[in-house]
Design a protein around this ligand. Sequence first.
Ligand code: SAM
Ligand code: SF4
Length: 337
Amino acid sequence: MGEQRMTQLVDTYGRGHRDLRVSLTDRCNLRCTYCMPHDFAAWLPSDELLTTDELISIIKVGVSQGIDEIRLTGGEPLLRPDIVEIVSRISAIENPPILSMTTNGLALAKLATPLFDAGLRRINISLDTLDREVFKKMTYRDRLDDVFAGIQAAKDAGLLPVKINAVLLRGINDGEVTSLLDWALAEDLNLRFIEQMPLDAGGIWNRAELITADEIFEQLSSKYKLSPVDYRGSSPAEEFLIDGGPATVGIIGSVSRPFCGACDRIRLTSDGQLRSCLFSMKETDLRGILRSDLSEEEKIEALISKFHVTVKDKLPGHGINDPSFIQPSRPMSAIGG
Ligand code: SAM
Ligand code: SF4
């Protein structure tokens, strides 16, 4: 596991693609303001979601073409009733990909150990604030204690190191930059700050209000000495040693310091659409192939071809900083973050 294989999914700019982000559902039990409107109700009908068999077929095709990392996300992946079975079936694929998950952690107190036993080894838990009132304001739900319990359960289950993703919003939780890091260090968690991207569907993103990677770095530097970790690879996070290390903190400057030149990701939505980028305006339908009258062999051929077409169509960058940028119509929760 973890051994890099040759990928056949190379785009016209020479970027090889090895990382498939798989959204398991568009539904969520939080309403993070930067992700979806609090009264959002345009959920996908359940018969449009990929079944677990369909999901596994697509993942196997991706792996056969060089995908060696799968991240399960959503929406909230732990809302998928058969999440443990999904993890176990991906882990059982021959030559299995590295398997990770991004979750809000609410259901981890119950699921962390079954997930570990099913083969999950890497987890990112999203948490933007340590303050209950701020949490309620940012998510429209009073569930901070469930996240804390989920983090503890992930540690107890051995999903180490637990990574924490934090998004900062000006005037809401931007005063917590150093306190989040103090807490993460005390709890032995690996914290990464993510710049807010224009993917909320409620249209609240405002460049002028963006807490940039530079601003986060400056705030952290008021308390800690940060020195860059040399190797970054295709990771979106710039990692910094804290006070000489070994602990690190990551900053993901998706907007102000785009890393598209090294991007190795493609995305599968929960309704079976393959996307070359979070921000792409095009999707390739894989579900239609799986539900067609084609023979099993023909389906696999067609899926392989769609993987290649999607990668070939990938643009050099997300274009957020271009005047002509248009935000995708689906929110982050539907595309899969
Ligand atoms: N529900 C899970 C969770 O929150 O971890 C998985 C899906 S969520 C879309 C994945 C990640 O995307 C989370 O860490 C979340 O904070 C981040 N995210 C959502 N909307 C974002 C936005 N507009 N800009 C930056 N990050 C965002
Ligand atoms: Fe749900 Fe994750 Fe979006 Fe928050 S960021 S609303 S937890 S999908």
